[in-house]
Design a protein around this ligand. Structure first.
Ligand SMILES: *[C@@H]1O[C@H](CO)[C@@H](O)[C@H](O)[C@H]1NC(C)=O
Length: 144
């Protein structure tokens, strides 16, 4: 009957409103997000991630959209940041270069951080600012 359909619609609307308000109250947000970094090969690097919200919050890292698997060189710190002890620049999958994102999740939902680019300064390249900085395999050279 028609009345039944209307009730179902109303139920759906109520359900939607409830979901929206839950999303608002859960307030999962990032206090710290990773930023672009340029590191020397074999240097250590920490990519920051700190989410605030209803605990427990599960933090995971994605590299180029794929979940990062921890190993003896690369792991998640207890505060959510990602630690890479010796940055690798080998070609292919072994390279640590790429775009990193942190994924935080609690019982209400999940948020994805901005993407931070990790660049390894093993080859000569420019990272221009007020003065020109050229990094060449372990050497830092500055010109005017
Ligand atoms: C997590 O801990 C590491 C090492 O103690 C620190 O360098 C990093 O900044 C911390 N991360 C956050 C998000 O505070």
């Amino acid at each position: 009957p028609r009345g039944g359909k209307l009730t179902l619609l109303q139920l759906r609307a109520a359900h939607l409103l409830l979901r929206i308000s839950v999303l608002c109250f859960s307030e999962l947000f990032f206090m710290k997000e990773p930023h672009d970094v340029t590191v020397m090969r074999r240097d250590a690097v920490i990519l920051d991630c700190q989410a605030h919200g209803e605990s427990p919050i599960d933090v995971r890292w994605l590299k180029n959209g794929v979940e990062v698997l921890e190993n003896e060189r690369l792991y998640l710190l207890s505060n959510g940041s990602l630690y890479i002890s010796e940055v690798e620049s080998r070609r292919g999958d072994k390279s640590d270069e790429g775009h990193y994102q942190c994924l935080a999740q609690n019982m209400y939902g999940a948020i994805l951080s901005q993407s931070a680019r990790l660049t390894i300064a093993s080859k000569c390249h420019h990272a221009g600012s007020t003065f020109e900085t050229q990094r060449c395999d372990g050497l830092l050279m500055m010109g005017s």
